[in-house]
Design a protein around this ligand. Structure first.
Ligand code: ASP
Length: 382
């Protein structure tokens, strides 16, 4: 074999070996990510809290998936990626600066797109948050979450967490693999907020795009942009600018340590469905929900909670079958006021809660009572 042929053969073998090694790593990564996305069980690893640097707060990051753990083969893909692809270790490792501001440990509670967060996962997450906050070694919690239903989980935690230690829910609009991914800085901010003394007692907070909002008021307002999360009428409670966390407002409604809702012994939550109000809507939607076992129905009604004659017929029959009807609004902002029709028909009005958050409060209210007057009082207090 002449020198050129020999050199060519060596190059070929080296490249074959490298291809095999890469394929092996890819398979391992694929297996790993399949396992991560398939599981909704809490992984037992990493459950201890890192207390390394005594001068820093101990913050536990509970991961549930979403775009903040999303990934795509293309770094310009900001819509077709797969949510909940990366494990929490990788998400935390992508922000090495965290170690300068807190002792951070991650725990994978689930790895799903938040459209797949169900009542069972809500209960599991909330119980874990309460368990961890009971531990003197834990100073605060960050929950990483998909943005599509983030406000529902945040509001649920706001109503059932039994502690005044900070809990911050964070997501991102762009996947971890994208150019200018917003997840790493959002996560850094979340840990920073959770480690801030002034964050104590403010209820569950949500941070994206440099803002700090109360779980009671924040909502997703845009399908794709990074400034999607807004607290339009009531405003934000604070802001993160550079390394400075500033608070300006407090949520005034009852929450966390003052809340009377207790999920510690609950195995499931009552079924509550949301029915949309629109021109020509029909009574059979109500009949179907009742027949399927709904204990409560939230109406995402038009305007200030107006319902068509057909919808009212359906809702009245539901009430006769002990189903609680709450009128909310599809408008997106404003209060659904309590009217004479509510007293006459035993309906409840949702105050300023949007339909998806109304569903959360109604599920918890139904764990206590079916009485519409008592449930109305909850909607005025929470
Ligand atoms: N579908 C994703 C989710 O909610 C979207 C996101 O996280 O932004 O999990």
């Amino acid at each position: 074999m002449n020198v050129t042929k020999w050199f060519g053969a060596v190059l070929l073998s080296v490249s074959l070996l490298m291809t095999a090694a890469c394929a092996n790593t890819n398979t391992q990564e694929n297996n790993q990510s399949e396992k991560e996305s398939a599981t909704s069980e809490t992984k037992e690893k990493n459950t201890t809290v890192e207390t390394g640097n005594k001068s820093l707060s101990n913050i536990k990051v509970l991961a549930t998936g979403g775009t903040i753990a999303g990934s795509s083969d293309s770094d310009t893909d900001t819509t077709g990626y797969k949510s909940g692809s990366l494990g929490i270790d990788k998400v935390i490792d992508s922000v090495p600066q965290l170690k300068d501001i807190a002792n951070v440990t991650g725990e994978q509670v689930a790895n799903v797109g938040s459209e797949n967060v169900d009542n069972a996962l809500l209960l599991k997450l909330a119980k874990r948050v309460n368990q961890l906050l009971n531990d003197d070694e834990v100073d605060g919690i960050v929950v990483t979450h998909g943005t599509d239903t983030l406000e529902e989980t945040a509001y649920f935690l706001h109503l059932v967490v039994k502690s005044d230690k900070p809990v911050v829910v964070v997501g991102s609009m762009r996947p971890a693999s994208a150019i200018s991914a917003d997840g790493p800085l959002n996560l850094y901010h979340a840990v920073k907020i959770a480690s801030t003394k002034e964050a104590k007692g403010k209820g569950v907070m949500v941070t994206l795009n440099d803002r700090i909002a109360s779980a009671r008021f924040i909502t997703k307002t845009n399908t794709t942009t990074t400034d999607s999360f807004k607290s339009l009428e009531q405003g934000y409670i604070g802001e993160v600018a550079g390394e400075v966390v500033s608070f300006y407002n407090e949520p005034t409604r009852k929450h966390t340590a003052d809340s009377e809702f207790d999920i510690s012994k609950l195995k499931e939550l009552p079924q509550v469905d949301i029915l949309y109000g629109y021109q020509n809507d029909q009574k059979y939607m109500y009949d179907a929900a009742v027949k399927a076992g709904a204990k409560g129905i939230v109406v995402a009604a038009a305007g200030n909670g107006t319902m068509s004659t057909e919808a009212i017929k359906g809702a009245k029959e539901a009430v006769k079958k002990d189903v609680v009807i709450v009128r909310s609004s599809r408008v997106g902002n404003g209060i659904v006021t309590h009217e004479k029709m509510d007293d006459e028909l035993h309906f409840v009005s949702s105050d300023s809660l949007n339909p998806q958050k109304t569903r959360i409060l109604l599920m918890l209210a139904l764990t206590k009572t079916k009485d519409p007057d008592k449930i109305q009082a909850y909607f005025e207090q929470y």
